[in-house]
Design a protein around this ligand. Structure first.
Ligand code: HEC
Ligand code: HEC
Ligand code: HEC
Ligand code: HEC
Ligand code: HEC
Ligand code: HEC
Ligand code: HEC
Ligand code: HEC
Ligand code: HEC
Ligand code: HEC
Length: 306
């Protein structure tokens, strides 16, 4: 009898120790564990005030961010200030060693994104895993800077500058004679691209033409006389970033058209087709409604001429 009581006592004791341990451990780790999430299992939280004396420059920048302005009750864990992202700081405040704090310069892209993904799970990063950037080892902190506020949404140097820094060839395209007014500040890479999701060239919409129709609705149709490649994909003829040819065309006319068409054969009656002379210049001189038309050609059937 007595022995049994002791056993139950031991079992209860072990149970409470384990429970206390698990509870404590949860304090030292983040909510909603992520396999890549870095941790400092030995340390405990000491509060933002203990960081300020040595990092007042960082603190001044941090104060301007959305993260610092969040009410503590809005987001669980945010009341931990600096330690929300850098982990518990008890060891680091003693040693000042970077190894005793979560230092982003020592993390992989996946680990550093995991810190952000604790809270950012919904919009806009819901489909983050399908993004070409995450698959190529580009994490949140390549584009966002948590302390250097240089542009809205904590985007480092802003869109398009941050994009140009890695996509040099896109900067070159935007210097060509015909280009979308991105570097002029009238639109951004993010006008067409989704930086946080979509496996389809990181584009905002699955159907490319739907992106174009947002701003060029006049080409949406439906038209009585459609032009097949226009319905299929605007980018068959246009490069959205920049081209040497006018109108963002991938090639000049008539070569663009002659990729798919033979042009005109001589008219058997007159021996010559009126367009033969124009063959070397412009097809849209006559086929002015190249994107689709509701009116038939004056000669016969369709023809995209008016
Ligand atoms: C007593 C001064 C001191 C205190 C207090 C202190 N730090 Fe540091 N911290 C340093 C020094 C010095 C370094 C640079 C260490 C090095 O370069 O090896 C550093 C480095 C860091 C780094 C790494 C920087 C990098 O290069 O990636 C982070 C992150 C950091 N501290 C965050 C914190 C946080 C968060 C707190 C509060 C919990 C804090 N520090 C409190 C002195 C301090
Ligand atoms: C929202 C997450 C987050 C919070 C909160 C945060 N940091 Fe950082 N910190 C980062 C990231 C990410 C980096 C790496 C540089 C970057 O990408 O912005 C960084 C870098 C640093 C560095 C290295 C120097 C530098 O500027 O790169 C220090 C020191 C630092 N943080 C200290 C602090 C202190 C002190 C606080 C609180 C006042 C704080 N951090 C709050 C995410 C955060
Ligand atoms: C403790 C939770 C939490 C963590 C961790 C966190 N964030 Fe946030 N963040 C928020 C909340 C809440 C907002 C405000 C609401 C929103 O925009 O989703 C916000 C806003 C933002 C914004 C929009 C800023 C603006 O000006 O509107 C960016 C960008 C951002 N976070 C990036 C990051 C990055 C990068 C990291 C990792 C270094 C990170 N966040 C870590 C909770 C967090
Ligand atoms: C390739 C660059 C890039 C990467 C990588 C990136 N972002 Fe962004 N993010 C941007 C740009 C540019 C904006 C502002 C334009 C926009 O809304 O898309 C932005 C906006 C945001 C916003 C604000 C959205 C809003 O509408 O207020 C949040 C929050 C955010 N990012 C979080 C993250 C998080 C978390 C990660 C990592 C999981 C991440 N971002 C990765 C470029 C990036
Ligand atoms: C007008 C819409 C639009 C704008 C603005 C835009 N893109 Fe694109 N982008 C697209 C479309 C559509 C595709 C897929 C078709 C293609 O490959 O040309 C694409 C493809 C890409 C690709 C992958 C294929 C390739 O050509 O290498 C990259 C990288 C890219 N864009 C980067 C950028 C950058 C960086 C910016 C800002 C400087 C930008 N884009 C602005 C629409 C746009
Ligand atoms: C740190 C470097 C870096 C930054 C910053 C960056 N990218 Fe990228 N981006 C890459 C890498 C690496 C890839 C994958 C390899 C590739 O396809 O070129 C990629 C892929 C892409 C793709 C998809 C290409 C495809 O073939 O599907 C697009 C679109 C794109 N980036 C647009 C942007 C935009 C828009 C920005 C700015 C908001 C940006 N990138 C910022 C490095 C970067
Ligand atoms: C966010 C709005 C926006 C989106 C989305 C957009 N465009 Fe544009 N587009 C513009 C603006 C603004 C101009 C410049 C108009 C001007 O200068 O008068 C332009 C100009 C053009 C031009 C003429 C270029 C020249 O040199 O005159 C073509 C062609 C074009 N866009 C095709 C496209 C295609 C194809 C898509 C889809 C991949 C697209 N656009 C998506 C806003 C947009
Ligand atoms: C078969 C090739 C082809 C396709 C596909 C195509 N276009 Fe064009 N687009 C042209 C040609 C050729 C011009 C020049 C017309 C001219 O000089 O009159 C042009 C000119 C334009 C212009 C600039 C002229 C203006 O009205 O400002 C825009 C914008 C445009 N296209 C948008 C689109 C959109 C949106 C799509 C997809 C729905 C598309 N294009 C598909 C061949 C094409
Ligand atoms: C990617 C291939 C492609 C390109 C590039 C292209 N077309 Fe077409 N075009 C087609 C196809 C496919 C049809 C439908 C053929 C059919 O129905 O027999 C068509 C039909 C036509 C028609 C007949 C329309 C009708 O109503 O019967 C004309 C005119 C035409 N294209 C002119 C042009 C001109 C001008 C250009 C250059 C600006 C051009 N096309 C570029 C593929 C292309
Ligand atoms: C001088 C005006 C003119 C020029 C320039 C012209 N076309 Fe045509 N095209 C027409 C007319 C009118 C039709 C209507 C059908 C017909 O009578 O043959 C037509 C019909 C077509 C058709 C439909 C085929 C058919 O027989 O129904 C295609 C494809 C076509 N043109 C392509 C081109 C291409 C490609 C170029 C440039 C190399 C071009 N056209 C230049 C006037 C012209």
């Amino acid at each position: 009898m007595v022995k049994q009581h002791v056993n139950i006592g031991i079992i209860l004791f072990v149970f409470f120790v384990c429970a206390a341990c698990l509870h404590g451990c949860r304090h030292f780790s983040y909510e909603g564990q992520h396999p890549e999430l870095p941790a400092l299992p030995e340390a405990f939280f000491v509060g933002t005030d203990s960081c300020i004396p040595c990092h007042d420059d960082v603190y001044r920048h941090y104060k301007q961010t959305v993260h610092a302005q969040l009410q503590s009750d809005e987001v669980k864990g945010m009341q931990r200030g600096c330690e929300t992202c850098h982990g518990p700081g008890s060891m680091h405040v003693q040693t000042k060693r970077t190894g005793d704090i979560i230092s982003f310069s020592h993390l992989t892209a996946a680990q550093s994104s995991a810190v952000c993904l604790q809270c950012h799970r919904g919009d806009p990063v819901m489909d983050w895993r399908a993004n070409r950037h995450v698959m190529s080892g580009v994490g949140c902190n390549e584009c966002h800077k948590s302390h250097k506020i240089t542009a809205p949404k904590m985007v480092y140097r802003g869109d398009p500058e941050i994009c140009f820094s890695c996509h040099e060839e896109k900067r070159a395209q935007h210097l060509l004679p015909s280009h979308h007014p991105v570097k002029e500040g009238k639109m951004r890479c993010s006008s067409c691209h989704n930086n946080h999701g979509s496996e389809n060239n990181n584009l905002k919409k699955l159907n490319r033409n739907d992106i174009c129709f947002e701003c060029h609705a006049e080409y949406q149709g439906p038209f009585v006389y459609e032009h097949v490649p226009v319905i299929e994909d605007c980018t068959i003829c246009h490069d959205p970033h920049g081209t040497i040819a006018d109108n963002l065309l991938r090639q000049n006319e008539p070569f663009l058209c002659l990729r798919c068409h033979k042009g005109h054969r001589p008219n058997p009656k007159t021996g010559n087709h009126p367009s033969m002379a124009s063959l070397m210049t412009s097809c849209v001189q006559c086929h002015a409604q190249i994107h689709g038309s509701d009116l038939p050609s004056q000669v016969k059937g369709g023809g995209l001429t008016r």
